[in-house]
Design a protein around this ligand. Structure first.
Ligand code: GRF
Length: 219
């Protein structure tokens, strides 16, 4: 059977003016990737705007980053919901209330359910600090060091129901150095993440990504 094909056709313009894509970013922590995406939007490198930032943790510094840029910063505590699907239903409601087109997971430490994925089919992205399919899940940098690989890196992928198993959009390779610790390797990977994630978002917003089975085609 031929692989299933999917492409997002974005409405390019409204009344003849080029329209910005609407991004919703989900975080749990520092939000340096969020910052890189906000900066790329503000600099005009991505024709998009971050229209809301949602965190499941009140203490996430990313919420402050959002507020500083005048972006609605929303704390949605998962502990107030009966389960994952109920939490995700609230996420969908909030994202839809801001007319979000692309959902960006940027250090969002929660497993998302089909409730979110079905509402945003092939429109949820994640960044992972390893070269998938190697070292999925938590502590990817530690896993890479313990395994003894000589290169690692980061991957941006569409999110599916598995953990870090969705179709890969872009990857960047980072060498593992002789004296690397989890901290030094993470730092080097982070630098690449901040270039890679905005690039993947830009390609999406330009309507240049299509998914064919497991393969993401870039036109
Ligand atoms: C990044 O390392 C990313 O790969 C992982 O979570 C971390 C988020 O970092 N998914 P930050 O909050 O964007 O600084």
């Amino acid at each position: 059977m031929a692989p299933k094909k999917w492409k997002w056709y974005r409405k390019q313009s409204v009344n003849g003016t080029d329209r910005k894509s609407r991004l919703g970013v989900l975080i749990s922590g520092s939000g340096t990737n969020l910052q890189a995406i906000i900066d790329a939007c503000e600099a005009g490198r991505i024709n998009a705007e971050v229209v809301c930032v949602i965190s499941n943790k009140a203490s996430a510094f990313g919420l402050e980053r959002a507020a500083k840029h005048g972006i609605p910063a929303i704390h949605l505590d998962h502990r107030n919901f009966a389960g994952r699907p109920e939490y995700d239903a609230e996420l969908v409601k909030t994202l839809n209330s801001h007319s979000v087109e692309l959902v960006i997971l940027a250090g969002f430490m929660r497993i998302v359910t089909p409730t979110l994925l079905n509402a945003f089919n092939n429109r949820v992205m994640n960044i992972h600090p390893a070269l998938l399919p190697a070292f999925p899940g938590i502590d990817a940098q530690k896993q890479a060091l313990e395994y003894g690989v000589k290169v690692s890196g980061c991957s941006v992928h569409f999110v599916d129901a598995g953990t870090d198993t969705g179709p890969v959009i872009l990857q960047s390779v980072v060498p593992v150095l002789e004296n690397d610790t989890v901290e030094t390797l993470s730092e080097r990977i982070h630098v690449e993440e901040h270039k890679l994630y905005p690039e993947a978002v830009r390609l999406f917003c330009e309507g240049r990504l299509s998914v064919e089975g497991r393969r993401v085609r870039i036109s």
